[in-house]
Ligand binder design. Structure first.
Ligand code: UT7
Length: 353
């Protein structure tokens, strides 16, 4: 086993789901984006870069930047409410709210603020941090609560506001990231109807230095010989080439493993739904599975890398414009800081009304 810790559960696509009794149906989605868009040309007025460089190296054309009245709580609550409405639920129906984020409004937890904003008084709400793998890890986590029978309905949110943590003078990182929020509503269903058909999760902390948003070193002197660390984080640092190599090596591998263990052929997939970090990564993964480019979902051109939000944001867009339809099979993979990566085989159910 290579370095890192692995966790996986799989079930054949033909029938049984992650637990003998209960499955997880994906029944609603929603997203909320900041209103301000920053184009590549806009950025080239701030750092030495160009639309041509950014597009050709990443596929990104623009990204959204949250305004003063668009906090993570505001955007994530809007996305969650839309998912709730799409699913046809009342706020009181929700048992669990999981917020995947690396940029919370409050380090003690932002999910409870979303619970309050929604009026989901019966829901337990907490944050989960796994960077760009966060949404997939949260969805899989919600799946365990549902499979155990502890939770019937959950909102899984991916939201990030990395604009507050990038160094806007560092052209190697500031061109990549954007802000956004999206959510998926999931509910218990009979095992044979499950929309979570198998998953893989991996972590390798020995490579954490490749991509960090790390605590700063400063200390506050208190008394003679006693000091306390000052809170604060340094801007995002990334070794882009190392993260790129990691992604094009590990993502195809974990997806191949997932497909093998779920007895699924790449040709059976309707869509590849990958974390949106770089179009070249999407293309490399698609090529490995001989997936036609039109089967690979991409919205990098409009939003860049919104970290934990990319996968539900892409799903929401494709559901709303009719590309992803009830019954469609999607292979999804998230990857990023940690290092962390994961994959899940999903079937979109759509609202059950
Ligand atoms: O969500 C987490 C996962 N993150 C990722 O998956 C990111 C993975 N990494 C990547 O996507 C790519 O490595 C980047 C897009 C970040 C960089 O692309 P690259 O092809 O690896 O470029 P590079 O870092 O090798 O840089 C090539 C050149 C350098 O100039 P020199 O040293 O060759 O003269 C950079 O200084 O491009 C320069 N450069 C830029 N030039 C114009 C770096 N950033 C920029 C920029 N504009 N924004």
């Amino acid at each position: 086993m290579p370095p890192g810790v692995s966790l996986s559960i799989t079930a054949p696509t033909s029938g049984s789901a992650i637990s003998p009794g209960l499955g997880l149906a994906l029944v609603g989605c929603g997203s909320a984006m900041p209103s301000t868009s920053l184009s590549n040309s806009d950025l080239s007025r701030r750092v030495e870069t160009s639309d041509d460089w950014i597009r050709s190296r990443t596929g990104i054309g623009a990204r959204r930047v949250a305004g003063a009245d668009e906090s993570l709580t505001v955007l994530a609550s809007r996305a969650a409410r839309t998912a709730l409405d799409h699913a046809g639920w009342n706020p009181a129906d929700v048992d669990l709210i999981l917020l995947a984020t690396s940029s919370p409004d409050d380090l003690f937890g932002t999910a409870p603020r979303i619970q309050a904003a929604l009026g989901a008084t019966g829901a337990v709400a907490f944050d989960l941090t796994a960077a760009c793998s966060g949404f997939l890890f949260a969805l899989i986590t919600a799946g365990q609560y549902v499979a155990s029978g502890a939770v019937r309905r959950a909102l899984v949110i991916g939201a990030d506001q990395l604009s507050r943590w990038v160094d806007w003078d560092d052209r190697r990182t500031c061109v990549l990231f954007g802000d956004g929020a999206a959510a998926v509503a999931v509910q218990a269903c009979p095992a044979e109807e499950s929309g979570l058909l198998g998953f893989r999760m991996r972590s390798d902390g020995s490579r954490h230095a490749c991509l960090t948003l790390a605590q700063t070193e400063g200390r506050e002197p208190l008394l003679d010989g006693i000091s306390a660390q000052k809170g604060g984080f340094a801007p995002i640092q990334m070794n882009g080439q190392e993260v790129y190599k990691f992604a094009v090596r590990e993502v195809p591998q974990i997806l191949a493993d997932l497909l093998e263990h779920t007895n699924t052929q790449a040709g059976q997939l309707d869509w590849l739904l990958l974390h949106q970090a770089n179009q070249r990564i999407l293309d490399a993964v698609a090529e490995r599975f001989a997936m036609a480019p039109e089967r690979v979902l991409s919205n990098l051109a409009h939003y860049g890398n919104t970290s934990a939000a990319t996968i539900p944001l892409m799903l929401d867009e494709a559901v709303r414009d009719g590309r992803v339809r009830p019954g469609h099979l999607l292979a999804s993979s998230g990857f990023g800081a940690g290092l962390s990566w994961g994959a899940a085989l999903l079937r979109w159910s759509g609202p059950r009304r």
